[in-house]
Design a protein around this ligand. Sequence first.
Ligand SMILES: C[S@@+](CC[C@H](N)C(=O)[O-])C[C@H]1O[C@@H](n2cnc3c(N)ncnc32)[C@H](O)[C@@H]1O
Length: 366
Amino acid sequence: MTGLMRRLTRRIAAEGPISVAEYMAECLLSPRDGYYTAGGEPFGAEGDFVTAPEISQMFGEMIGLWCVDAWQRVLGAPAAFTLVELGPGRGTLMADALRAARVVPGFTRAATLHLVEASPALRARQAEALRGHAPAWHDSLDTVPEGPLLLVANEFFDALPIRQFVRGDRGIHERRIALDESGEGLRFVVDARPSPLSPHLATRLADAPPGTMVEVSPAAESLVAAIAQRIARHGGAALVVDYGAATPGTGDTLQAVLRHKSVAVLDHPGAADLTAHVDFAALAEAARNAGIAAHGPVTQAALLTGLGIATRAERLAAAADAAQRRAITSALDRLLGEAEMGTLFKALALSPQGAAAPAGFAGNME
Ligand SMILES: C[S@@+](CC[C@H](N)C(=O)[O-])C[C@H]1O[C@@H](n2cnc3c(N)ncnc32)[C@H](O)[C@@H]1O
């Protein structure tokens, strides 16, 4: 039994079942043995997953162009602004973005780089990748200085804890994690009593049969509200790219991945990556409730195509050998293909009420 499994079973034995959000927070962020906080390198063939910026430099470059355009048209090219990335991984996205952003020299001169990162191992990788850009690191957005803001987050929100609820015959009940029969392992249970949040969730489950599950992420919604309040106060724009549905849905999307394989959610606490689909409609609503505009979501394919990824691929291919051209074509397919990341991944943009729509989102204003 791992140290984290021992601590979880002791805690549940003493306090009773814990919520899915508490389980996710322990597994991902526990200082001693959380997946991100105490883990090493989760990326690549040796790790657990591969993300878009690690597939091709074109992804980060397109995000860089999005940032330059937003700085000019949405923020009005301020002489100083805060450039924030949430969960920068190996720093690849931001390094590629800042290289592409050099097309407009005033952008990098005006930017001060702030990275929100929980993993000490990944902070070290980011320091290498972003040497020369003098980043400052933060445990959360709370300590990032206030001011005009440009914020990007790729595959960050899917790692934020969710709570799960199940429709019963006469109410909506929270799904929790309890001890199994042996007392040494974990199992899912459903609270006998209806959740106090039942009225809040009732419309989403109105026509659903008993047993239907719904997920909410208070952590994701309050983070978007905090970003939106900053944008409302000082101006700015944010781009969130992640996987999930455009409209609120039902069902269990919590998943655990270990070495590129899907594994049981409760079997490898702290060792497997845990994620859930992002509820883009809930994030957009949190932004609008804070008084700013939400654009999209659009698919990742639509965003990258709108930002000109095909032209960039042609330019790269023109200077490439045959093997490199094959790699560019394969990367395009992975980033844009319907069976790959193109449709499942979505992008949501936030900007002040009445500001120009950010690049890639024209006509998608909600
Ligand atoms: C799936 S990785 C994505 C990395 C990168 N954005 C990319 O696309 O390659 C998630 C990133 O978010 C960080 N992270 C996850 N949860 C976090 C949290 N609650 N606070 C700060 N960083 C977190 C991880 O350490 C990692 O850098």
